[in-house]
Design a protein around this ligand. Structure first.
Ligand code: VGL
Ligand code: ZN
Length: 192
């Protein structure tokens, strides 16, 4: 069991309408993690931990879009409905929202890239971070690896992530890589 408290941060990655079924870049079963994440939120909130939600927040001409030669259909365009958090996600008051990949010329899968997330976590006194969300092998993976690199003890929320698996095996390989690099995996029942 792990007892959460101050000094911990929950990082919810890109639980947005466009990444859920029916959205512009749907992650299969992406919406299934929402009730699980809500339970994590409840536990972390009760424990006085910091709660962070990242969001993919692209300009309409973002470099990752096919129209610009990138790999993805247009998604999570700033101010559109698809860029909103999933309507059932219960982000508490005081949650820190981190917008990323806002530069038209730069892809940024990690919540740390081009944002002040590191400073915000340090200011809050966070030593451990717990990361879940969408998609496992893109934004979750890059956020987890950056957290490890920055010296945070980093946990992957195994039951609160889903991936795209563009190539079958991508998700499995991503999880393996995160664990090899020092992240640990954990599920809701192990959290007190
Ligand atoms: C993501 C693909 C493109 C993600 C963002 O949030 O994992 N994936 N943009
Ligand atoms: Zn994106």
């Amino acid at each position: 069991m792990i007892k959460v408290g101050k000094g911990d941060a929950l990082i919810i990655v890109d639980v947005q309408i466009d990444f859920c079924p029916g959205g512009a870049l749907p992650v299969p079963e992406g919406d299934k993690i929402v009730p699980v994440i809500n339970e994590y939120i409840r536990k972390f909130k009760t424990a006085g931990a910091l709660i962070v939600a990242t969001r993919d927040w692209h300009p309409p001409n973002h470099i990752s879009f096919r129209s610009q030669g990138g790999p993805w259909p247009p998604h999570c365009i700033q101010g559109t409905r698809g860029a909103e958090f999933h309507p059932d996600l219960r982000l508490p008051e005081g949650a820190l929202i981190i917008s990323k990949a806002t530069d038209p010329l730069k892809e940024a899968y990690s919540g740390f890239e081009g944002t002040d997330l590191t400073d915000k976590l340090r200011e809050a006194g966070a030593k451990r971070v717990f990361v879940g969300g969408l998609a496992t092998e893109y934004c979750v993976k890059n956020t987890v690896l950056d957290a490890v690199e920055r010296g945070f003890e980093t946990f992957l929320l195994e039951d609160a992530v889903r991936g795209i698996d563009v190539k079958p095996g991508d998700v499995e390989r991503a999880i393996k890589e995160m664990l090899e690099r020092g992240a640990k995996k954990i599920t809701l029942t192990e959290i007190k």
